[in-house]
Design a protein around this ligand. Structure first.
Ligand SMILES: [Mn+2]
Length: 358
């Protein structure tokens, strides 16, 4: 297990690598080239510069989050073949500089949805929440709200240029149901996984967030059976999962502990996002809780134990953190609460290692 921290790059992230380096036990960065649009080839010289910058700060760069999939691939347009070729070139370029894992998702239009990016907890901290009543509105309104409440930061998967055309995007997806999306996902995986095998990259799909349909959009990576489908459609160690405990558990019908155990055992989880959520007792509403078991609905000891006992040896990162101690910045991606989360997860891991592992 190696602890990592998501970082958007020096132009897009106010957190400094030197500060991340001071988090005890922090080994690596989960990096990106945030300005490149979906479908573009990631240039070698840019990847090289990023790796060198991270390594100069005493950290490693082995995981990329995300290399986004162009909508034409998800919709299944003839132009997808060009974007798939670009994606393969990006895979080769990343592998050339030591990248091992690429996190991505296969959700139409929205990468993830929360209805409140500034949900206040009793202790005065701010977190993100999802309340079903909050999405009973026009998607364009949601886009506007998210942009207005993101403190001036572009959020991952919420590129303003793309979402300015949200109506057209919905129209483009009108004939894409779950089966069609699955067919297009299979087409993509069959095309790229041989390249990944050749260069030693592991693809790691992030589950849908939330893991059920909203706005009538198809959703195909939402539970155990969907993850099983992904792993089987191209049965290769290069075709894996970014297991996000929060996203999976956002549907209380998903048993996050069993899902983790099964796919760790099958060696299909090269990368994990570990966070806690608190159910609000109202259908599937929740807020993103501090990482500690005592602060949310998930048992984080049981989560890490399921990973440990089933041989997890990949990269792990604390997921979204709250805004605390007066920090401002990109919602979910402040320094302090994620640092606390990382320390807590490392503490649990040490305890499990010294008891279970003995
Ligand atoms: Mn996640």
């Amino acid at each position: 297990m190696e602890m990592t921290f998501r970082w958007y790059g020096k132009e897009y992230d106010k957190i400094k690598l030197a500060d991340i380096r001071q988090i005890p036990g922090m080994k690596g960065i989960v990096g990106t080239l945030f300005d490149l649009p979906a479908g573009a080839v990631w240039p070698k010289e840019r990847i090289k510069a990023l790796v060198e910058e991270v390594e100069a700060a005493g950290l490693s760069l082995k995981v990329i989050e995300s290399v986004n999939i162009h909508d034409d691939i998800k919709i299944g347009l003839p132009s997808r073949d060009l974007y798939i070729e670009n994606y393969k070139e990006t895979i080769r370029n990343l592998a050339a500089y030591g990248i091992e894992v690429i996190c991505y998702n296969f959700m139409p239009i929205f990468d993830w949805i929360k209805t409140d990016l500034d949900y206040r907890l009793a202790d005065g901290s701010s977190t993100m929440a999802f309340e079903k009543a909050g999405i009973d509105k026009d998607p364009e309104e949601i886009v506007k709200e998210v942009e207005e409440s993101s403190s001036g930061y572009t959020l991952p998967g919420w590129e303003p240029e793309r979402l300015a055309h949200v109506k057209e995007l919905f129209a483009a997806y009108k004939d894409v149901d779950d089966d069609k999306l699955r067919e297009n996902f299979a087409y993509f995986l069959k095309a790229i996984i041989p390249t990944c095998e050749e260069v030693g990259i592991k693809m790691a799909v992030h589950p849908d967030d939330p893991p059920y349909s909203i706005f009538g959009l198809p959703r195909i990576v939402k539970n155990r059976d969907d993850l099983d489908w992904v792993c089987n459609v191209v049965d290769s160690p290069s075709n894996g999962i970014t297991l996000c405990t929060g996203s999976i558990a956002e549907d209380p019908a998903n048993n996050v502990y069993e899902i983790l155990a099964e796919f760790c055992r099958r060696d299909r989880i090269p990368f994990a996002h570990v966070r806690n959520i608190q159910y609000l007792g109202n259908d599937k509403d929740f807020y993103e809780a501090p990482h500690l078991s005592s602060e949310g609905s998930l048992d984080m000891y049981q989560i890490l134990e399921a990973m440990y006992k089933n041989g997890f040896d990949g990269y792990i990162r604390p997921d979204h953190g709250r805004m605390i101690w007066g920090e401002t910045g990109r919602p979910g991606y402040g320094l302090y609460d994620r640092a606390i989360g990382a320390s807590y997860l490392l503490g649990l891991w040490e305890a499990i290692d010294k008891s279970v592992g003995r």
